[in-house]
Design a protein. Structure first.
Length: 578
């Protein structure tokens, strides 16, 4: 096993906010399939995956066999390297199998948020021309097959694998995640179990296809909301995510002895890279406690599986710590994990370290476009730095803080835009060279849009956002996307969406709406318009109907005044914790 490396860095010059990560451990220059096969050869019988809610267990060898069988089945559908396969599901073993199988034969996995509704699904599938989609049939109140049929009523009469849909012209195959022993049949859809059974792990096409693949090939597309109102498909390569997962695991000091509980969603980089790939690159064991987040399932699974690591956003850790049955569980096996997604309150961090025994918990910062982690604290970072910063630059990466007007690197302690460069920067936005060029400059620096400071030791602190992105419970939301959607309402003349402080989620959305002359609207009208069309977390919690917006003399809308007005109306304060 490659020796563990701390987040060492080349000390930044005292006059500039510029820092470079360590390079003593080389980058992985393999495809995900090659690296995984080598790990299997090293420890074939070691636990690779435990999906507690499904009562499924796979050794590394068993996971390899099943994923190769699925890869063969995907080739059997006529899919070719470079084509896109969507996955629209909460956490389960099939998600990981699909992640590995697509990588092994050069298919590009498209992560679709399970909170997406009809309009968002329509956009995502068509934007990247998905040929196949793996989906849950339903989850709680979400009817995924129902939403698909709304977009593609042709499923009712289509042969599985031969869909011809007017609204989804590229989609040919829809695979649903059936339950063991289920006799349910869904017209036009193929059972996952049937698809898997059709594959052959010894299929000679697997090795032949693998020889054609390169580490710099795209392997994954993740949608990130855009300020122009439409999600962008951040396209990531084998090299991007395999190395990021590896170095994230290094910062946690992961080894084959570790068992990492992953309650964060796999559709997001947090689960897929910081979870799955951090484990698989260190021979550790992946543990899924439940499909969707359930604090009780997390506590039970950590105890039952003797987990040594646990991931989560702050709200997840709070839900676990404050659960009425928290004291019943033995969590003494825990050592490390990652808290990320939104700022970490110092008291929560102290409780996690003390009451959950996670003395070596780390903080990570990044964005989907950087695979995702650029900075991370280590297992030994002092508590003060762990809660007031996002740590140091990761190995083989550079970070700098620049003046937002001049582009010059600022002095330590001075606020500016955070930029990062290195192996982790995405391949680009899918078929969108102009927006890629806006984000990645000619010198290959990714401009994050975040305002940050860097101290003389190289520790980075995120202090705000250049644009008005809202972070609600770890979900990044761009108000412009919500505004663009609400503009479709026939009675809305104008709308402005802002984020306002919230003690539970960090921020909540608020919409100020001007109705068209002679029209009347209610909060219920707006929420009904949103229901089933956009994700629940994008539906504004607060809605106000106004006759005008605060503006400058030049006609620029002053969103900060809307925010301040709402804070005053609601008696809200900004969260001052780190």
């Amino acid at each position: 096993m490659t020796p563990t490396t701390a987040n060492a860095l080349t000390a930044p010059a005292s006059s500039r906010s510029l820092s470079s990560g360590a390079t003593n451990v080389p980058l992985i220059e393999q495809t995900l399939g090659e690296f995984f096969d080598a790990m299997v050869a090293r420890q074939p019988e070691h636990d690779a995956l435990v999906s507690a809610h499904q009562q499924l267990r796979y050794s590394y060898r068993e996971l390899q066999t099943a994923s190769k069988q699925l890869a063969s089945a995907l080739l059997g559908l006529g899919l070719k390297p470079g084509e896109r396969v969507g996955i629209w599901s909460h956490n389960n073993a099939q998600w990981l199998l699909t992640q590995l199988a697509t990588a092994q034969v050069g298919l590009i996995l498209v992560n679709i948020n399970p909170a997406y509704r009809v309009a968002e699904l329509d956009y995502a599938l068509n934007k990247v021309a998905c040929k196949a989609l793996v989906t849950m049939a339903r989850f709680k109140t979400s009817d995924y097959v129902g939403m698909l049929r709304e977009l593609a009523p042709e499923l009712a009469t289509a042969e599985p694998g031969a869909l011809q849909s007017a609204r989804l012209p590229h989609l040919r195959t829809v695979v649903w995640l059936d339950e063991p022993g289920s006799s349910e049949e869904l017209p036009g859809l193929l059972r996952f179990s049937t698809l898997l059974a059709s594959g052959d792990c010894a299929d000679p096409r697997l090795a032949a296809t693998a020889k054609l693949l390169h580490p710099s090939d795209p392997i994954n597309i993740q949608f990130t909301s855009g300020t122009t109102g439409f999600p962008k498909g951040a396209t990531l390569t084998h090299r991007n995510i395999l190395n990021n997962g590896f170095f994230v695991g290094e910062a946690m000091k992961l080894s084959a002895k570790d068992r990492l509980c992953i309650p964060v969603p796999l559709y997001h980089c947090f689960g897929m890279v910081l979870g799955n790939l951090a484990c698989l690159t260190h021979g550790a064991t992946i543990v899924y406690p439940s499909d969707g987040f359930d604090p009780l399932a997390v506590l039970q699974t950590v105890q039952d599986e003797q987990c040594t690591g646990l991931h989560g956003v702050p709200t997840m850790f709070i839900a676990e710590l404050d659960h009425p049955r928290f004291g019943e569980f033995d969590l003494s096996s825990l050592r490390t994990g990652i808290m990320a997604g939104s700022p970490c309150p110092i008291e929560v961090m102290k409780r996690v370290m003390r009451d959950m025994h996670m003395q070596e918990v780390t903080i990570a910062y990044g964005m989907t476009e950087t695979s995702p982690v650029s900075c991370q604290s280590s297992t030994s970072t002092p508590l003060e730095k762990r809660v007031s910063t996002v740590g140091l630059v990761q190995p083989h990466l550079q970070v700098k803080v620049i003046d937002t007007l001049t582009g010059e690197i600022v002095a330590p302690g001075v606020s500016g835009e955070m930029c990062t460069r290195g192996y982790s920067v995405m391949h680009g936005y899918w078929e969108d060279p102009s927006r890629t060029a806006e984000a990645i400059d000619a010198e290959k620096w990714m401009h994050t849009g975040d305002l940050a400071t860097m101290d003389t030791e190289g520790y980075v602190n995120i202090v705000g956002r250049i644009k008005d992105m809202v972070i609600r419970g770890g979900e990044n939301i761009y108000p412009r996307e919500i505004e663009e959607f609400l503009y479709r309402h026939p009675k809305i003349q104008d709308v402005q969406v802002v984020g306002i402080p919230d003690p539970k989620y960090g921020e909540e959305l608020c919409a100020w709406i001007i109705a068209k002359p002679g029209q009347t609207l209610s909060e219920e009208d707006i929420k009904a318009f949103c229901k089933g069309q956009i994700a629940h977390y994008k539906v504004p919690r607060y809605i106000r109907f106004v006759s005008e917006f605060p503006m400058t003399v030049t006609g620029k809308i002053q969103k900060f005044k809307i925010r301040e007005d709402m804070k005053q109306q609601l008696g809200l304060q900004d969260d001052k914790t780190a």
